[in-house]
Design a protein around this ligand. Structure first.
Ligand SMILES: C[S@@+](CC[C@H](N)C(=O)[O-])C[C@H]1O[C@@H](n2cnc3c(N)ncnc32)[C@H](O)[C@@H]1O
Length: 279
């Protein structure tokens, strides 16, 4: 029977020293969004007070991701831009372009990105007054899924079995590899937790893990949150390492990812490891 490990590390991902260089096949993640108010406290607690400092803080994790990725490994980052008024001046904070710049400086190759539009029943919140030009603003109703690669194409021997077993269908390819995704957002509240969780819907890591890894690979989420990436990696028979700095999320992660040892089917057994191990 094959075995996969789902490892949850309750630590800060700016230093992932427990992971060896070149040990990860794919990164799938969504960090706290700079200049979005719900993340101010976490950035401030890490000494990052303004837009530049927030991106410098995130870049430490991107640099670690580059180190731990294998040659040909990919990194998918879900991020939204932010708008904010400071000193009565309204302005866009284009997080997606700042992350792209940082990742290129680190050495990543930038690949074409995905725009994720969340369908809504409500008309979009309109930032402006009435119907008079010119002082209204375009609504941010898309998020980005940025895609980066380390060091060229990943190489496989011809007819590699794991690769063929992980193939997607033509229908999946036609939807997943187009630039605009319509995927409904996730509910943002969890029992026993007072804050919004900012979880992404399962469909996002489900597509990305199928698109960019094969069965038996190891997926890293350095900003694990409620554990969505770990749950999907497990379901898709990939190993997973998740870093999360907020230990209060552990009960939610455990609820989502499941019990310590579970047989996924007759061939695969999953093992949940938590570090530091809870006493
Ligand atoms: C946008 S949320 C991730 C949500 C996740 N995708 C999900 O589906 O639940 C970002 C998470 O990163 C965590 N975080 C922020 N800085 C961190 C760091 N340096 N290392 C590890 N986790 C961090 C936050 O506590 C938060 O839970």
């Amino acid at each position: 029977m094959n075995k996969i490990d789902i490892k949850i590390i309750l630590k800060d991902s700016t230093d992932m020293k427990t992971l060896d260089d070149g040990s990860i096949d794919l990164v799938v993640t969504s960090p706290p969004y700079p200049m979005i108010e719900m993340w101010d406290n976490i950035f401030h607690s890490m000494g990052a007070k303004n837009y530049d400092e927030m991106h410098n803080y995130l870049a430490k994790t991107w640099k670690e991701c580059f180190r731990v990725l294998k040659k040909g490994g990919l990194m998918c980052i879900n991020i939204g831009d932010a708008t904010r008024s400071i000193d009565h001046r309204f302005k866009l904070y284009p997080n997606h372009s700042r992350i792209t710049e940082k990742c290129e400086q680190i050495g990543f190759e930038t690949l074409p990105y995905i725009l994720w539009q969340k369908p809504t029943n409500k008309p979009n919140a309109f930032l402006g007054s009435g119907f008079l030009p010119p002082n209204a603003y375009v609504t941010l109703d898309c998020e980005y899924i940025l895609i980066f690669r380390k060091d060229g194409l990943r190489k496989f021997e011809p007819k590699h079995e794991g690769r063929y077993n992980s193939a997607f269908t033509k229908e999946e390819r036609d939807v997943w590899f187009s630039q605009l995704w319509h995927v409904k957002g996730e509910r943002q509240n969890e029992e026993g937790y007072d804050e919004r969780t900012a979880a992404f819907p399962e469909e996002i890591p489900k597509r990305l893990i199928r698109m960019f890894s094969i069965e038996g690979d190891t997926v890293l989420d350095p900003f694990l949150g409620t554990g969505t990436t770990a749950l999907i990696a497990k379901e898709l028979h990939r190993n997973c390492v998740g870093y999360e700095v907020n230990a209060e999320l552990l009960p939610i992660i455990k609820r989502k990812v499941g019990v310590s040892q579970v047989s996924l089917d007759s061939n695969v057994k999953a093992n949940l490891i938590i570090e530091p191990s809870p006493s």
